[in-house]
Design a protein around this ligand. Sequence first.
Ligand code: FMN
Ligand code: SF4
Length: 405
Amino acid sequence: MSENSNALSRRGFLKVAAGVAGVSLLGGLGCVQEGGTDGTDEDIDPRDLTIFSPGRLGSVELKNRLVRAATEEAYCTDGIPQAEYLKVMTDLSKGGVGMILCGVATLTEEDSLSFELAAHDDKLLPGLKQIRQAVGAADKTCKLFAQIGHTGHRYVGGLRVGPSDVSWPGDIYPMRALSVAEISAIVNAFAQGARRFQEAGWDGIELHGAHGYLLSTFLSPYTNKRTDSYGGSVQGRVQIIREIMEKTRAAVGPDFPILIKINSDDRGGSEPDDLQGGINKQIFLETAAELDKMGFDGLDVSGNDCVQPGVNTAEKQSYFLDAASALDVSMKVILTGGNRNATRLNSILKTSGADFLGIARPLIREPDLPSKWKTGQATDPKCISCNLCADPMTIITGLRCHQET
Ligand SMILES: Cc1cc2nc3c(=O)[nH]c(=O)nc-3n(C[C@H](O)[C@H](O)[C@H](O)COP(=O)(O)O)c2cc1C
Ligand code: SF4
């Protein structure tokens, strides 16, 4: 949805404004005129945006621009949330974030791990409802979205599946290409998972199409070597997502927001910096254009190198800003990764075309960071991006900051 469908799109406006001012979008922080507004999302002049301006994702209004990025909570047993899980959600809701995206929830029994949130069966509905109730009881203005995904080649302890039999470099496990019938079953599992979250009262969903998860391997030309309708071109590589979108939309109706998170770059992180043939900026932009046509309500911009360490200088922050700024799409843009400084984030909202800001690690250590920002108690988080919490061996013990005693 564009900010102002009657006039120039926000991203178009920013490009014009930057051109008139003779500045680059990235370098021009604070270069534009300030002004007041009390209007709705659609009425807000981009130059007036702050992290505490309300914003809209499809039919859902968020009280501010701060999104808790999907962060695996663990703290489940047999896919059912336990007391510690509900505490994580309660603390986040009280802490002032506009919307919580839960850590990825799995959608098929074979893909589920006991400690992760699961949504493959109606018998899991009571747990999903409990989470919704806990978030609402802590602060009824906090919105709750579910991230849903299939792990594909990251699945530990079982079948590794993907579009083709191509493993990521360095991955010692063989891959098996999914059959068309298996793809159809996975498409249905996404739609049914989304329907369950809607039935449980959640406000929307995000498809996990980033970080080497199954949809990410379909999007990447590095791993997708299919020659049928699910590969061969950007249009082919997005086909599984097109089908998921169609089935999910039919299952949840027109008003339930559907977002997607994708890589703007497949290099780095657990993959080599010199990875050739994966998603690069150009492929990312072409992919985003296809997703835009499908009617997604928002695009969450990430990259394979998603948890960059030591994000302690301005240059290291908001590390996918360049990719997000290059987008020209009508769906809303969520910029995730390395968002740290409140003043800088206000400037990014005014100048980059990003509509929302996803934050993960700082909210593990300080779930009330948004409230602290709002009341001027802090501008920088206590999180030092040491990544102790992101280690696969610590994730399974439950989400917490390992710098805290
Ligand atoms: C412990 C941990 C778990 C994560 N789990 C997920 C996940 O379930 N889904 C996802 O898309 N990203 C996940 N991420 C990545 C975050 O959503 C985010 O993209 C990344 O941490 C960068 O944001 P930050 O700099 O604010 O931490 C996780 C990150 C951490 C640290
Ligand atoms: S362990 Fe704590 S300080 Fe380190 S990245 Fe995680 S939340 Fe931040």
